[in-house]
Design a protein around this ligand. Structure first.
Ligand SMILES: [Cu+2]
Length: 148
């Protein structure tokens, strides 16, 4: 865990939403919320927002999680996003300034293959629940519609 901290500082995307919006437009963006409940998933899985809006992730789980952009399918910018959201209340925000799809996952709890495709849930991938079943890898998608 400690080894990840320098990576977070290097990506330079941990910008407070308020400061970022003031620089970009001078007005406050609409902020949409994604929560990590006490489980390995993003809630909601999918969001539809508009250009200029921001998304704020909050981790309410007892484990650290991450927001990692899936560049193979990411057309809404923020390529290379790779941020740890600390357990028990950590937050992270991004503002989206052009339309497209932001597909993301948690690298602790989801895996992609060599072609950038999610590994199918099963014994070699996905999330194992207390009953031994494997479900969907921890991921989400944000659709950014044009302004207006
Ligand atoms: Cu996770």
């Amino acid at each position: 865990m400690r080894k990840l901290i320098p990576i977070v500082l290097d990506v330079g995307v941990l910008v407070p939403v308020g400061a970022y919006s003031a620089a970009a437009k001078g007005d406050q963006p609409r902020v949409h919320k994604v929560m990590v409940p006490e489980a390995d998933r993003f809630l909601p899985y999918g969001l539809v927002i508009h250009v200029g809006d921001a998304v704020k992730w909050t981790n309410n789980d007892g484990d650290d999680h991450t927001v990692v952009s899936d560049d193979m399918f990411n057309t809404a910018g923020h390529q290379g996003t790779d941020v740890v959201i600390a357990a028990s209340g950590g937050t992270f925000a991004l503002r989206f300034n052009h339309p497209g799809m932001f597909v993301y996952y948690c690298r602790f709890h989801a895996q992609l293959d060599a072609y950038g495709q999610p590994i199918a849930p099963g014994p070699d991938g996905g999330i194992q629940d207390q009953n031994g079943n494997y479900g969907t890898p921890m991921s989400g998608v944000i659709t950014v519609l044009p302004e207006g």
